[in-house]
Design a protein around this ligand. Structure first.
Ligand code: IMP
Ligand code: MG
Length: 184
């Protein structure tokens, strides 16, 4: 089976788990909460590439206070659908020192990725560390995160999902909703 066939089959066997309207409403709610917390704090919003890209792109224009944006690039899955080694492609910068940092990522799954970003921000001297994620997977395998604030759009079942920044083999990040695979 070639790539295109596999990807077409994947979409054909997927259900919409969270639709566009629901994501949109959740983004507005999340932006309200963040605006209350970060107004006047001049946070540095640190986007975790690539998964955090679409979430941050949708959330940032709704935040109506002074902030700056930076990114880091950490990858866990590579092109696989099972968790793997963490690899820093672009680590966070020293511009974090003394700042209120708000980490923006797609998902809190087991938390290895976010824990590594939090640890780097602490080493670099962040004043406070907040994490905002689009989704959190419901299961018992989470490792604790040493952050001051945690914000989450949705809780999702412990299944592979994709769309709205989340990928399958690097594809489908551009979908405007979140899909889950149908049960066989
Ligand atoms: P963690 O380190 O176990 O929390 O895994 C987090 C990273 O794995 C995320 O930033 C995603 O890139 C990826 N990931 C975890 N679950 C999924 C999923 O269901 N679909 C797509 N990517 C996922
Ligand atoms: Mg990621």
């Amino acid at each position: 089976m070639n790539d295109a066939q596999e990807l077409n089959e994947l979409i054909a066997n997927a259900n919409t788990l969270v639709d566009t309207e629901t994501i949109d409403a959740c983004m507005t709610k999340l932006a309200d909460v963040l605006s209350r917390e970060y107004q006047g704090k001049n946070p540095l919003c640190l986007v975790v590439m690539n998964g955090g890209l679409v979430f941050a792109g949708s959330l940032l224009p709704r935040l109506n206070f002074l902030l700056q944006v930076d990114y880091c690039h950490l990858s866990r899955y590579g092109n696989k659908t099972q968790g793997g080694e963490l690899e820093w492609k672009v680590p966070p910068d020293k511009n974090i020192e003394g700042r209120h940092v708000l980490i923006l990522d797609d998902i809190y799954d087991e938390g290895h990725t976010l824990a590594a970003v939090v640890e780097r921000c602490q080493i670099l001297g962040a004043q406070s560390i907040g994490i905002a994620v689009l989704v959190s997977k419901k299961h018992q395998r989470k490792i604790p995160l040493n952050a001051d604030h945690m914000y989450c759009g949705f809780e999702v079942p412990d299944k592979f999902i994709f769309g709205f920044g989340l990928d399958y083999k690097g594809y489908f990040r551009n979908c405007n909703c979140i899909f889950e695979l149908k049960e066989n």
